[in-house]
Design a protein around this ligand. Structure first.
Ligand code: SAM
Length: 301
């Protein structure tokens, strides 16, 4: 979706693309599947760190790239060394849209293969869409290539599931209040209060004590399990497991202020779950299953 008019203000481009999106869905939604190679600049999820957790599609695109604009220290340099040693590398940290958009647009218009590499999955706390809208507004097509988000690396490291029968029915990808989020927009206490939600807190390593203090002030059980996974899937990965009552001391002792996933809820330990219907009653019920049960069954794994 492009616009012939030229305008240097990325916010105007974002507003204009948003207006178009409100009126009609982009045809490309129906023409391509996620994972298909498409025309334009791919916004690729690098995964949580370990280069083996990059998708095959992402790896192929990086190997063909002339210019890779990456998310700095959140992307493991091993991955850049392994797949991008032939490409020009630009760290996006500290660059604004006014700098990034012309950089990617000009390279693309010069016929280069440009890849925008985000950490984890670009759809989670990635600010990808504003870059894509600004590029589309300038006539440069873009598309997403998903990646493994860090919450999934954290749950794999913890050897647990984020949803677990009779323990956790929901997952919240969330972040704590701070410069970006106001107090009223911080819902961590509500998620924990629901009792069957696993809260995966991004961008909250520096705020573990404040977050836990708020949970205690709100009357939550100090024994609620918390896992803090620093650099999940990196060679220096570290796992700290504790409770709402004691995790802040442990994280401070370890000295982590960034790059960790904070997981709150009983799913952290993986204890106390019940066997599922999937490999129990439903598996044995055969043709008698109701429509609703069949749909649930078909969509579980
Ligand atoms: C700007 S967000 C980007 C999230 C990314 N798009 C994703 O899907 O994982 C950065 C935050 O993600 C989390 N994070 C990213 N990589 C991580 C990793 N390997 N281990 C633990 N947490 C990670 C940290 O909470 C960090 O503060």
């Amino acid at each position: 979706m492009t616009d012939e008019s030229t305008n240097d203000d990325p916010q105007d481009a974002i507003d204009s693309q948003g207006e178009r999106r409100r009126k009609e869905l982009d045809d490309r939604i129906f023409e391509h599947n996620a994972g298909d190679e498409q025309e334009g600049i791919p916004f690729v999820g690098a995964g949580p760190g370990n280069p083996r957790l990059l998708t095959v599609a992402g790896k192929e695109l990086l190997e063909e790239a002339d210019l890779v604009v990456h998310a700095g220290s959140l992307v493991n340099s091993e991955l850049l060394d392994e797949y991008c040693d032939h490409a020009e590398l630009v760290n996006s940290v500290g660059k604004d849209l006014e700098e990034l958009i012309p950089l990617m647009r000009d390279a693309y218009e010069d016929g280069e293969n440009v890849v925008r590499l985000h950490s984890g999955d670009p759809a989670i706390y990635g600010a990808a869409l504003e870059q894509m809208d600004a590029l589309e507004h300038e006539g440069v097509p873009t598309y997403f290539v998903p990646g493994v988000t860090s919450a999934f690396a954290a749950s794999a490291t913890l050897r647990t599931q984020l949803t677990l029968n009779e323990v956790s029915n929901h997952v919240a990808f969330t972040r704590p209040q701070g410069k970006t989020l106001t107090e009223a927009e911080d819902h961590i206490s509500e998620f924990v209060g629901m009792g069957d939600v696993t809260a995966c807190i991004y961008l909250g390593t520096h705020a573990v004590r404040d977050t836990m203090d708020r949970l205690l002030e709100d009357g939550h059980d100090p024994e609620t399990p918390v896992g803090v996974i620093y650099h999940a899937s990196w060679p220096d990965e570290d796992v700290i497991v504790g409770t709402v009552g004691n995790i802040a001391d442990k994280v401070e002792d370890a000295g982590y202020r960034a790059s960790a996933m904070v997981v709150i809820g009983d799913a952290v330990t993986g204890a106390g779950y019940e066997r599922s219907f999937l490999y129990g009653d439903w598996a044995n019920r055969g043709a008698d299953s109701s429509d609703a049960a069949s749909e649930d069954e078909a969509s579980s794994d």
